[in-house]
Design a protein around this ligand. Sequence first.
Ligand code: ATP
Ligand code: MG
Length: 419
Amino acid sequence: MINVPKGTKDVLPQDSYKWQFVENTARKTARLFNAQEIRTPTFEHTEVFLRGVGETTDIVNKEMYTFNDKGGRSITLKPEGTAGVARAFIENGMSSMTLPSKLFYITQCFRYERPQAGRLREFHQFGIEFLGSKSAGIDAEVIILAKTFLDNLGIKNLTLYINNIGCKECRQKYANALRDYFAKYEDGLCELCKSRLEKNPMRVLDCKNSDCKEINKNAPEILDYLCDDCSNHFKKVKEYLDVNGVEYKVDPRIVRGLDYYTKTVFEFVSENIGAQGTVCGGGRYDGLIGQLGGNDVPGIGFATGIERLLMVMENSGVEVKNDNEVTVYLAPMGEMEAKKCFELCNVLRQNGYVADTDYMGKSIKAQFKYADKINAKYVAVIGSSEIENNSVKFKRMSDGVETLVDFNKILEFLKGEGL
Ligand code: ATP
Ligand code: MG
């Protein structure tokens, strides 16, 4: 037997309706905020992620699926959604179209990580990217979009953490303060963090190594280094959230995974799925489009991991209703009648009704059992006398009421039943 590769998963029919619920909720919520879908390729030139995610991040350092294709180009399977969207935004001249550009995507992502609960090598994200506005209002809107989505899924007990990690100028001062601080503890840092000190010491704050975490505890905090513009922006974002009664906690330790995040960053964290509790992360990235060779267009976005959301829903008892049902199940008594069932099924489908019949030679008893399992609203058994009389009894499964219906009056009957 051949197994799925480590860190990947099949989604089987008994679970796929939950995925559909999450995806439909994502689309509906994005729509409420007038966001439109963007689809970008599964793979990009590696350069897109080197520049768009950043060379000092975990993703670029350790986690990318990168290979040379047969033409000798370096290709990477997308580890996240933002960089590809930014590339598409620039390539398609979207900065000269109406702004802000309010975009959403649902995509698979690939990261070479150690598989564990809530951490896969292929996983799925619903993400938002709003490009073109510097306003603190749009930061709050993006955060509220994430919250509305999580609420609409029925997830409760998430904590929203927000922070502001400044612009280039305040980050410069802060980076120096961090270097001074970490210089005292350099021997205690992991190898990767030692190499990060020079280029981007803020990455050390995001390290998952326990020694680094300990050292991080007393590190200087970004909020003490913000310039007036950044601290005003932070103040306004909080005001906008307050106006809408959105609860949040300020956590000066959140720095997020991308190198080009600026100002606002935020996370929604669940306490009940263990170590991988962050279900949604986002932030402003005013430098990203420029970094990838585009105009100086600001942006803000977030991404949520669908597998983690499903874990939280499962663990906190959120029930998803499987509303896939079958309007009519036609049960043939034998091979002779199967053809009639086949014909009627297709008439029903052409008229928009979900219909099914038997191809396994099941007994009538077994067919009724099956009809029950697939949530059939009506079952009609067709034998030789039904064919002779050109009519069949429709059994309404909710109350057992039976109605004799002419073969060519089935559509009228269903309409009469309010379907
Ligand atoms: P973490 O700190 O848990 O590694 P991250 O900062 O790398 O998360 P992001 O790049 O912000 O994660 O991705 C956004 C969301 O995607 C995360 O909040 C999480 O829900 C989900 N996610 C990230 N990596 C994985 C993975 N390997 N498997 C499943 N979901 C993931
Ligand atoms: Mg990660």
